[in-house]
Ligand binder design. Structure first.
Ligand code: VAH
Length: 318
């Protein structure tokens, strides 16, 4: 029976992952950890227990782990890349001081920990095409620095203390549920909102800028599957490349125009997000994840576009 704590349960990934974990048959409880400025509402609040958990408060983490006999923590507390560039010290505090609080609790109470990494953990000197699982990681953003440090610290706690830490490097995540905030890949979500509402989309990322992207259902399944993988099969832990599609803005817009031909786009490149995007891979090699724990995405560009448009039209009753 798995009792799970999702820290950051009201964020872009956390809000959907918490609902998915609660729907999984397992008999355990999934606790929604939140901070006062972002409390759970609606179905997230109604479907299970929630507790205030600030990653920078180690006692709060430990008390909730004890109260619910937690055996797995999903640590989704983070500032995304563009916000982290604006607030680098806050990003470090949440992503690193928060992480070591979680890992210390996990060490003392024998709790498994999932903390996502990202394509943001790579930098300009990383091979951009078919980025290898094990390669150079010299990111030039604070977000990327925290993601590499997250991978190293999580591996340290595994090798030194036997803490069961696991992680995936998420691409840009696309979802119709919780709008993203402050990410470099957010354009690939925001354009859908403009398209279904018939509004012109102003794209902050230049045409021709390839990035790995993934539909949220595949990302959530990866987060669940890696934590249930047989530990003896894992040659890597923090963190696995996972990939499903790679595209540049014009490819995405053409795929949307197959269903909404009227989509209008103009470019106003944001230099901060463009510099971050240029430093990230075009496409990752995810063969290790496929081999070691059976990673396999189910959505491609066209099926993701179709599903996004159908669900956003439903959401806005269009
Ligand atoms: C961001 N969506 O853009 C996040 C993610 C891979 C990108 O880390 O910052």
């Amino acid at each position: 029976m798995k009792n799970i704590l999702v820290i950051g349960s009201t964020g872009q990934i956390g809000s959907e992952l918490t609902m998915k974990l609660r729907a999984e048959k397992g008999g355990g409880v999934t606790v929604a950890g939140y901070i006062p400025s972002a409390p759970p509402t609606g179905r997230l609040l109604a479907s299970g227990p929630s507790e205030e958990v600030n990653v920078c408060n180690a006692k709060q983490i430990a008390d909730v782990v004890d109260k619910y006999d937690i055996d797995t923590i999903y640590n989704l507390a983070a500032l995304l890349s563009a916000t982290a560039e604006r607030l680098p010290l806050k990003a470090w505090d949440i992503q690193m001081n928060g992480l070591i609080n979680i890992l210390e609790v996990a060490r003392e109470k024998h709790v498994a920990v999932f903390t996502p990494s990202s394509i943001g953990s790579f930098g300009p000197s990383t091979p951009h095409d078919m980025t290898p699982q094990d390669t150079i990681q010299r990111p030039t953003s604070m977000y990327g620095v925290t993601k590499v440090a997250t991978e190293l610290l999580s591996d340290y706690y595994f090798h030194k203390y036997g803490v069961d830490t696991r992680s995936v490097r998420f691409p840009g995540l696309i979802s119709y549920t919780t709008p993203p905030g402050g990410g470099t890949t957010d354009y690939a979500v925001e354009v859908f909102y403009s398209a279904v509402k018939g509004e012109e989309f102003v794209c902050p990322i230049a045409a021709g800028t390839y990035m790995d992207m993934m539909y949220m259902p595949d990302a959530l399944q990866a987060a669940v599957n890696i934590m249930t993988a047989k530990p003896t099969y894992l040659k890597h832990r923090n963190s696995f490349n996972i990939a499903s599609m790679s595209f540049e803005p014009e490819t995405l817009f053409a795929a949307i125009r197959k269903y909404i031909p009227s989509l209008k786009v103009r470019y106003e490149v944001d230099p901060v997000r463009q510099a971050i995007a240029d430093s990230w891979p075009d496409r990752m090699d995810d063969s290790c994840a496929r081999k070691e724990w059976g990673w396999a995405p189910t959505y491609d560009l066209d099926s993701m576009v179709r599903d996004m448009i159908a669900n956003l039209k439903k959401k806005f009753q269009l």
